[in-house]
Design a protein. Sequence first.
Length: 467
Amino acid sequence: MDEKTSGIVIVGCGMAGLAAALRATELGTSVRVLEKSPKEHRGGHTRFTESFRIPTADIDLDVEFNVEDYSSSDFYSDIMAVTNYRADEDQTERVANDSAETFEWLTGHSIDWEYQAPHAGYTAGRVWLHGEDFVDDLIGILDDRDATIHYRTEARDVIRDDSGVVTGVEARVDGKLTRFTGDAVILAAGDYGSSKEKRTRYYGPGYGNMKVRGSRYNTGEAIDATIDVGAKTDGEWGDAHMAIIDTGSPDVEGGITRIDGYQYGVIINHDGERFVDEGEDSRAQTYAKFGRRIFEQPYHEAFIIVDDTVVDDVAHMGPSRPITGDSIRSLAQRLGIENVDTTVETIETYNAACAPDEYDPDVLDGNEATGIDPEKSNWALPLDDPPYTGFPVTGGMTFGFGGVAITSDAEVLDTRDEPIPRLYAAGNSTGGLFYNNYPGGTGLTNAAVFGKIAAETAVRDIDSNPQ
Ligand SMILES: Cc1cc2nc3c(=O)[nH]c(=O)nc-3n(C[C@H](O)[C@H](O)[C@H](O)COP(=O)(O)OP(=O)(O)OC[C@H]3O[C@@H](n4cnc5c(N)ncnc54)[C@H](O)[C@@H]3O)c2cc1C
């Protein structure tokens, strides 16, 4: 078997792996990054991203618009609130508290952020990026450092020596077995949600057919290998980020095909019924959980319906063309909704429950529709301004919420809650942060913060106790 040696072996070249590689090389340690995909598909789900959540109030941003006062304690509260207070407190604290410093560290590497004023449906506390360029830029920096990226290289086994210390991984390089050894291993292989078998296993029958928004390579074998050498699991294995996407999205690697702005209208299923409080919260706090609710409807499909008053507040990023109609009945027929009569009745009942005051898409405007089931908590305006526009939507797999258990220093824990010597993990390969739901922009921040921490802890351990 071929053998290659370096300081730290990093599995995965998305945000977590690249942050780890950047930090480890900065601290003077060589790295080998193993990446399962060919070079042209590198970057995992990170390649498809667009925003990075940061506490803007804690950072001196050079922008010309007012940055809403979003602090690290707001960030902490948002994660806690959307996860029903189940998120691991230590991990949440590190993400919220270290995100400003991690953002400034990345900015110091000439990362090209885009700054947008907070606008309809998007909360403050975000900077924007182009995922593919972002990955290319980070790898460009590594090209000048003691770092080698091995493409088409799939980690399949973690090696632990007789004394329990992790000393490397075994990988298939274009099918051929190669051993990558080093002083430490960092697992940064993303999640497992691109595996049909794992979606069916963890979410239930039918989920194998869900469209995969991100990389096809995130099928979880490196997580399995880590569990095989004794890692404890953590997080919500039965749940995931499943976003509201255009029904016409590609089956895999569709990227950003969301339909945002559903919160200003209603969402109807094929039975003609509403089934969520569309205005429960801002878009960023609901889109990741409503996708699953939509997928659970008949034919895994539902329809966003808006009228002319709010149609410009809908952000339509999918490939399908919106469908319009002069009446709710004609729109429902054109959309192919099975039960047109119930659709018309549902919208009449909804309209009668609305008592709108001033409409404001940028804040939770308090316009409620009450006495109906489900009620609508904000932006409840009657649908009475034709033409009406409809968008067929489904739920799209973004990433799974389960993973290996880590400490707040990114050490992988065993099933006795002891750190496994020289094994660290970051990003979507870990569990414990997200349950039930997810605040938009946090996946990337979590991966960056913990990727950097994983490298710092690994280098600390290597320096303090050379093997
Ligand atoms: C369409 C889409 C849009 C998103 N938009 C945003 C956004 O705007 N903001 C945000 O914060 N989050 C967003 N997310 C979530 C975000 O992408 C993830 O939370 C984040 O990128 C996780 O980074 P990671 O490094 O843990 O995993 P990834 O970026 O997925 O990287 C994992 C890497 O590991 C590799 N790999 C897997 N298995 C192996 C193996 N056995 N051996 C070797 N390599 C392996 C994969 O090929 C991949 O390159 C989005 C996700 C999707 C799918």
